[in-house]
Design a protein. Structure first.
Length: 604
């Protein structure tokens, strides 16, 4: 089969097959994680990211390559998880930029779009590292640019792109010494190769093309709000600290979301001033998100005057998918039954029925909304001020979550085993938090890019403190002062995070040799910052050896966080050993309940 042009339908089929191929091999990608730890999750994060993009694309099909690639880009952007997921989203975000004016795409344009993706991905990473997914994407795109001068068949070009990507993947150990040392290729690069493999299969018309079925994405990460109320079964969105809020304090009570179709109604050709539109919404609203392109404007706002909002939107086009919820009604019901309100949850029985354009009651409701009927008139004014600061932290384990919540954190995002919060999880948490300035503590090096991407999308003032471990997050949190300026707080928190030593103990999931250290499957391994420095058959001995190294570098306070797989007898022996061997340090032991890591250590 050959194709000189591909359109949006072809691209959708490519994405569908690419997502399928990645999903089938996600565990293999996870297994390529350099460290032999049980929560290597590159494959999981890329799979969840790609699944989010595919679901968005399949829900909004288009024969236009420009429209299809833009829809995919938005889905990937909001669904991105972990560094690998963020980089993947940026690759296709750049691709969409390259395809922005095209209904169909030839081989030269396809190659150019791939290069746009590489450029955007490199810009998204502060310190790009060669020998990773970035290198694989770059080499494949560069080869595509060169090959497109002679190859007019997009199918053949994609075969060459895939082959070059595999070749670049095979060379990643030569560029990144740690990969060569462990004897694996880069996991993110392998994930991208699987996606490209699916692209080739789709373009070649392999027998199972178009028959893909994908598993439902795992449940949304648990979110805990101040007050310690878990929401493990939450179907969507973050849980807010609603139980501590007065119903009357909900000033902008109507939660509104709708689309403006600029091609229909009176909006065709009318200039849309996004800044002015947001300013008009802000007069009687907050939590404003406006995403605009040439065809569609998506609007989300909490408003006191829903009729005014709809009147403001009408000049720009036809309104559709209108949803209006009364948050005071929801909150009153929450207080009545003691449950936690999950904003936008589809099965929330307390929610005001959604108003959809194809329902009869929309025709009846809109005249009242737009005419300012008494039922939708402005409620009594309520004095409401945003808190100066809000803090969102990522953690795994009930104990660790409780420690964060007891120390000024407002919302804890918890991903669970091998699952990081997505960009959308962060965005929703920020929208739900009534604070002027928000700090994000990712507490995991693999989540920092996601947090930064979410911060860029938010309408709030957001500062990401790039904490890579739970101990760094706790140190940063304790350095926060509510009377200081945002800039000084950011400085204090970053400095505190840099001064704490982080250690963790887990069990190896495979044989490995790292920096000359022989590791056997099942060994207890001690990790100091990002480096495995201890391997021992006995859990207690691994903990002792790791702590000896950490305390030897200097420290006055040792904090031990016990996990789900910790042993009370080992904990007692370890405590006694620390007190006897290092009497100069102060010791604190807390129940963290974290999975996979029996012990986490902080030395300050």
């Amino acid at each position: 089969m050959s194709k000189r042009l591909i359109d949006g339908n072809d691209f959708t089929n490519m994405v569908n097959r690419g997502a399928d191929c990645l999903q089938r091999h996600a565990e293999h990608v996870n297994a390529l994680n350099v460290f032999p730890v049980p929560d290597g999750d590159t494959g999981t994060n890329m799979n969840l990211t790609m699944t989010a993009g595919r679901q968005e694309l399949l829900s909004k099909p288009s024969a236009s390559i420009a429209r299809a690639s833009e829809v995919l880009s938005k889905g990937l952007l909001m669904g991105a998880r972990g560094n690998s997921g963020v980089i993947l989203s940026q690759l296709f975000r750049g691709f969409a930029r390259g395809a922005a004016t095209l209904e169909q795409m030839n081989s030269v344009q396809f190659a150019d779009a791939l290069q746009h993706g590489v450029n955007m991905a490199y810009k998204a990473v502060v310190k790009p590292v060669e020998g990773t997914i970035l290198t694989v994407a770059k080499e494949a795109a560069r080869h595509a640019i060169q090959s497109a001068r002679r190859v007019r068949d997009v199918v053949e070009l994609m075969r060459e792109v895939h082959a070059k990507a595999k070749e670049a993947l095979d060379r990643t150990p030569e560029l990144l010494p740690v990969l060569k040392q462990v004897g694996v290729v880069d996991s993110g690069g392998q994930g991208l190769v699987y996606i490209y493999e699916g692209f080739v299969a789709a373009l070649e018309g392999a027998p199972d093309a178009g028959t893909a079925s994908y598993a439902t994405a795992p449940s949304v990460p648990t979110v805990r709000a101040a007050g310690g109320v878990p929401a493990a079964a939450a179907p969507s969105g973050p849980v807010t600290a609603q139980s501590r809020l007065e119903t009357g304090a909900i000033e902008f009570l109507y939660d509104m979301e709708f689309f403006i179709n600029r091609q229909l109604g009176g909006g065709a050709g009318r200039r849309f001033d996004e800044t002015a539109f947001k300013a008009a919404l802000a007069k009687d609203g907050d939590s404003i998100v406006v995403i605009a392109d040439d065809e569609i404007i998506k609007v989300h706002v909490h408003s006191r005057k829903p009729g005014d909002v709809l009147n403001l939107a009408l000049p720009y086009g036809e309104l559709s998918d209108i949803h209006i919820l009364n948050m005071r009604d929801q909150h009153r019901e929450l207080l009545h039954d003691g449950t936690v309100f999950i904003e936008g949850a589809p099965d929330d029985s307390t929610a005001m029925p959604s108003i959809a354009p194809d329902e009869q009651h929309l025709a009846e409701a809109l005249p009242e909304l737009l005419s300012g009927a008494p039922a939708m008139s402005e409620p009594p004014a309520v004095v409401h001020e945003l808190a100066p600061y809000g803090i969102i932290a990522v953690a795994i384990g009930e104990g660790i979550s409780d420690i964060f919540l007891d120390n000024n954190v407002d919302v804890v995002l918890s991903g669970g085993q091998s699952m990081n919060p997505s960009t959308e999880d962060f965005v929703q948490a920020m929208e739900a938090l009534p604070a002027e300035h928000i700090y994000l503590l990712p507490n995991n090096g693999n989540i920092i890019l996601t947090a930064q991407q979410a911060a860029e999308l938010s309408e709030r003032r957001v500062t990401v403190i790039p904490t890579k471990t739970i101990p760094q997050g706790l140190a940063a949190l304790l350095a926060f002062k509510d009377h200081e300026s945002p800039e000084r707080n950011a400085s204090f928190m970053k400095q505190a995070a840099e001064q704490v030593q982080s250690g963790q103990v887990t069990r190896a999931v495979r044989d490995s040799v790292i920096d000359g250290l022989q590791i056997r499957e099942g060994d207890c391994i001690g990790i100091r910052e990002k480096q495995i420095v201890v391997a021992h058959q006995e859990l207690l001995e691994a903990c002792k050896s790791l702590l000896d190294q950490m305390i030897g570098e200097g420290g006055e306070l040792v904090t031990v966080l016990t996990g789900e797989e910790s042993d009370p007898a080992v904990t007692a022996q370890l405590t006694a050993w620390i007190e006897a061997s290092h009497p100069e340090v102060e010791l604190e032991v807390h129940s963290g309940d974290q999975p996979l890591y029996p012990y986490l250590f902080a030395v300050e």
